[in-house]
Design a protein around this ligand. Structure first.
Ligand code: ZN
Length: 514
């Protein structure tokens, strides 16, 4: 057997372990009784350690060395050499990483999450601060282990978005901010406040589920390889391409929550279901650095697909022109007398608010920039944990014109930092930016695409996305995917153009002459 074949078998084992981990995590978030949390934590730690040991093993290193000569002459970006490169990176990382650091970090995260929840409930940042200081210290140690050229944040964001750096982010976000802030000001100054009271009537959960699932299936979500459950925090998780699960959260008195949440997770699911079968159980459907079974190539690329299906399609005028009748059939009394135009304006209402997960398409990015800037400061030591609440509130005032009345509604609102996810926030906005660049290319390359979308036919769009993005799994970096399918590197312009065009029309603003 060739070294590459042996390596593939080895990585298939690792992939099985990572998929089993995903199943344990899915169960913990959807079915598990709360009493199971302790033993589940141990099971997850054990499986993670097994995957880590396999990746750090001498045997893997020997196979990787064997592959180098064996695969010489094959294209650098082919499946074989890219699989070897992914395994090589993980091998180097886990051979450098001390197992005690992983164990301590895992234990810290469990404690920190608990303390964060307590602190949020009590509106007492000081309660969480010591744990957050330790999370920051661990993250800085992790960054040193991974290595970076300029800024320790490069190592952290690179875990979620290969190729992204603090410097690139600063450039992209500055350009975005320059477009977003004036647009937001024009919207708030317009005095237009679309009515959305009808979204808060009573909407029976069964009908909410039925309608949203109908749309998800029309998008192409394959229920023979998927399922929908309810959970406190909506998510998508895959146990290979043939079992891709999504969840949503229902609010009987707010129609948007489950509906758009489900369209979002459907976008994630289409990416996972669309990967080429030949890549299943391999290095290109496994995030070996984060020990996570996933076919999407980065957090940002993944998010580009959830946002594309949720926002560019699901919140668009043609979408509602097609689907609104169906929705009204599900909810005749609630939507009686509400025109499709009024409904479309309501689900796109822009209003600066305190909470990121409830933010509209424009202000959402300002929440992300704020977090990214604070994380940069924490990682390079220019911002101390104890000064975080003040820095948070100052930026909220600066970007959104509001100051949180409490830390629970401010700096304590997200679980991410207590879970050790420093560096993941920017991927949400990167996803927004990418989504428009991909969508623009799809429209340019398929002249009848808009017509097909307007008639509720999503197969051509899904086909383009599968061809250019989904099927490749983790073979190409996000930058490579963009260059191959759009001919250009990541750029902010298509996203800003999309937002301006959409919200100028929705709010009846004058087109600016600039
Ligand atoms: Zn998402």
């Amino acid at each position: 057997m060739s070294a590459y074949d042996e390596l593939s078998l080895e990585l298939s084992d690792v992939s099985d372990v990572l998929n089993a981990l995903n199943l344990l995590n899915w169960d913990a978030r959807t079915q598990m009784p709360s009493g199971g949390a302790g033993s589940r934590g141990q099971q997850i730690a054990t499986l993670s350690a097994i995957a880590q040991q396999r990746l750090a093993s001498d045997r893997l290193l020997t196979l990787l060395d064997g592959c180098e000569t064996e695969l010489e002459g094959l294209p650098e970006n082919g499946v074989e050499r890219r699989s070897v490169a992914a395994a090589r990176q993980a091998s180097a990382f886990y051979r450098r990483l001390s197992p005690s650091l992983t164990r301590e970090f895992a234990a810290l995260k469990t404690v920190a999450q608990g303390r964060w929840a307590e602190a949020r409930a009590a509106n007492d940042f000081a309660l969480f601060a010591p744990d957050l200081e330790r999370v920051v210290a661990f993250s800085r140690e992790l960054a040193e282990t991974i290595g970076y050229a300029d800024h320790p944040y490069d190592a952290m964001v690179g875990l979620y978005e290969p190729g992204m750096t603090a410097q690139r982010l600063e450039g992209l976000f500055a350009e975005l901010r320059q477009g977003l802030l004036p647009l937001l000001r024009r919207i708030t100054d317009s005095g237009v406040t679309p009515a959305d009271d009808f979204l808060h009537l009573e909407y029976p959960v069964d009908s909410q589920r039925a309608f949203a699932l109908e749309v998800a299936q029309a998008f192409g979500y394959d229920l023979t390889r998927g399922r929908l459950d309810a959970s406190l925090h909506p998510f998508e998780i895959s146990l290979t391409r043939d079992d891709v699960r999504i969840t949503t959260r229902y609010d009987q008195h707010f129609l948007s929550q489950a509906l758009f949440g489900l369209l979002h997770e459907t976008g994630h699911a289409l990416y996972e279901q669309g990967v080429d079968p030949s890549l299943a159980r391999g290095a290109l459907t496994s995030d070996l650095m984060n020990l996570y079974a996933v076919a999407g190539t980065s957090f940002g690329a993944h998010e580009s697909q959830s946002r594309l299906w949720e926002n560019l399609i699901g919140r668009s005028q043609p979408f509602w022109a097609h689907w609104y009748g169906r929705l009204q059939a599900h909810f005749p009394s609630q939507l009686e007398g509400v025109s499709v135009g009024a409904f479309h304006r309501a689900v796109n209402r822009v209003a600066p608010s305190l909470i990121r997960v409830e933010a509209d398409e424009i202000t959402y990015n300002l929440h992300i920039m704020l977090r990214t800037e604070l994380e940069l400061g924490l990682m390079d030591g220019s911002l101390l944990v104890r000064d975080l609440p003040e820095a948070w509130n100052a930026k909220m005032q600066d970007y959104l014109g509001i100051t949180p009345p409490s830390d629970s509604l401010g700096v304590l609102q997200d679980i991410h930092w207590s879970s050790g996810y420093i560096g993941s926030f920017p991927t949400y906005t990167l996803g927004n930016i990418m989504s428009c660049q991909f969508f623009e290319a799809a429209r340019q390359q398929q002249p009848d695409l808009e017509l097909r979308l307007a008639s509720g036919d999503y197969a051509p769009l899904r086909g383009w996305l599968t061809q250019n993005i989904y099927r490749h799994g983790r073979r190409f970096t996000p930058d490579e995917l963009l260059r191959r399918s759009t001919g250009r590197p990541l750029e902010v312009r298509p996203y800003l153009e999309y937002l301006e065009q959409k919200f100028i029309a929705l709010y009846g603003l004058e087109r600016s002459s600039a």
